[in-house]
Design a protein around this ligand. Structure first.
Ligand SMILES: Cc1ncc(COP(=O)(O)O)c(C=O)c1O
Length: 400
């Protein structure tokens, strides 16, 4: 009898975490490595949020809480959904988990049975297909390539829906492409979904606040109120408030689903950290100036990276609307050989050679389901980005 569960055979370790670890290893050996793999802001958590956490500790708010969130945080989340998204969720329709990741996982575990299909537009966040597989479902990927700005079309969605479709996982702005759907683009998809009442929508709005220029964020239940009863709107404080380590994510949705998710959480992790929950109350209700200030830095970095990558031989880098990632296409580099003699057969070979020869860590596109590409996280200093992009330019110029 095997000791390990068969479920483990269905999933892969996270490629993004693998790249970060490899870069860390090389750094520990004394190599000069610039990491563009991390999926987190380089800014510190705002002081008012830290102060709220310290106060929570000093006031003894350090015990178990209600499984899926303290009432104060649920109130703050309900107010956020109303204020920013025009969505009305009662506290009983809100759940809080240990990061957006747990909330997404709970929703899939609470709903999927064998044979259920989940539509995932690619490029996708690495965890979606594996979470679906762990929950016993079948991921159905729909490739949204560079020609459509990494956005799925209404025709593609229509063609992917079957009688077995349970969820569409929708992520805008996207990790890894940064692409974000305008309200009109989203409306084209919600029109399709209106025709298929058995399909639920899991909207991962984690990067909502990270959009640039005149782009206006939109979420499915807001764009099409008819879908409200079958939409789970997922969000969190990790990215917008530079709180990745605090582990607070949340969602609003139909009460029966929210209850099922809480039941699951009650038998796994119970409540997310009480201290982090109080910090999240402050993040959502306190001064929001932090976001605009950081976005100015992110927009400047996005523009810098896109300009420098587009100047590299063999690379095409679309300028995305949001998140802190770009997802350049490297078709022009495939089939060549690097300065050190490595055959660039695919994007994984490209990323490995780039790390070994130039000390720049990026995540190869195959991990996100669309190739040949790589993902750059520009959540690092302008100086590091400029140096990393010059090294990428040099690496590409040397390809033969
Ligand atoms: C698209 C997307 N959704 C969800 C998450 C999970 O966020 P959290 O850190 O809150 O678990 C991430 C984190 O990388 C993400 O990129």
């Amino acid at each position: 009898m095997p000791f390990l569960s068969d479920a483990l055979d269905r999933v892969q370790p996270s490629a993004t975490i693998a790249v970060t670890n490899k870069a860390r290893e090389l750094k520990a050996e004394g190599r000069d490595v610039i990491g563009l793999g991390a999926g987190e802001p380089d800014f510190d958590t705002p002081q008012n949020v830290k102060d709220a956490a310290i106060a929570a500790i000093e006031e003894g708010k350090t015990k178990y809480t209600a499984v899926d969130g303290i009432p104060e945080l649920k109130q703050a989340i309900a107010a956020k959904f109303k204020r920013e998204n025009g969505l009305t969720y009662a506290p009983s329709q809100i759940t809080v988990g240990t990061g957006g990741k747990q909330v997404l996982y709970n929703a899939l575990m609470a709903t999927l049975n064998e044979g259920d299909e989940v539509i995932i537009p690619a490029p996708y966040w690495v965890s979606y297909p594996d979470m679906v597989l762990l929950a016993g479902g079948t991921p159905i990927t729909v490739t949204a390539g560079i020609d459509t700005g990494f956005k799925m079309t209404a025709e593609q969605l229509e063609a992917a829906i079957t009688d077995k479709t349970k969820w569409l996982i929708f992520n805008s702005p996207s990790n890894p492409s940064g692409a974000a759907y305008s309200a009109d683009e989203l409306k084209a998809l919600t029109e399709v979904l209106k025709r298929h009442p058995h399909v639920w929508i899991m909207s991962d709005d984690m990067y909502e606040h990270l959009t640039y220029g005149n782009f206006v964020f939109a979420t499915p239940a807001q764009v099409e109120p008819e879908l409200y009863d079958r939409t789970l709107t997922v969000n969190g404080v990790s990215k917008a408030y530079a709180m990745t380590g605090w582990r607070i994510g949340y969602a609003g949705g139909p009460e029966a689903l929210i209850k099922a998710m809480a039941k699951l959480q009650s038998q796994s992790t119970s409540n997310p950290s009480s201290i982090s929950q109080w910090a999240a109350v402050e993040a959502l209700t306190g001064d929001q100036g932090f976001i605009a200030e950081n976005n100015r830095a992110f927009q400047r970095r996005r523009d810098l990276v896109c300009e420098m990558l587009n100047a590299a031989t063999g690379i095409t880098c679309p300028v995305p609307e949001g998140a802190f990632y770009v997802y350049p296409d490297i078709s022009g580099c495939i089939g060549k050989t690097s300065a050190a003699g490595t055959a660039i057969t695919d994007d994984e070979a490209f990323a490995t050679a780039l790390l070994e020869e130039e000390g720049v860590a990026v995540v190869f596109g195959a991990a996100f389901g669309v190739s040949p590409n790589f993902r750059v996280s520009y959540a690092t200093s302008d100086e590091a980005l400029r140096e990393a992009c010059s090294r990428i330019q040099r690496f590409c110029a040397a390809l033969r």
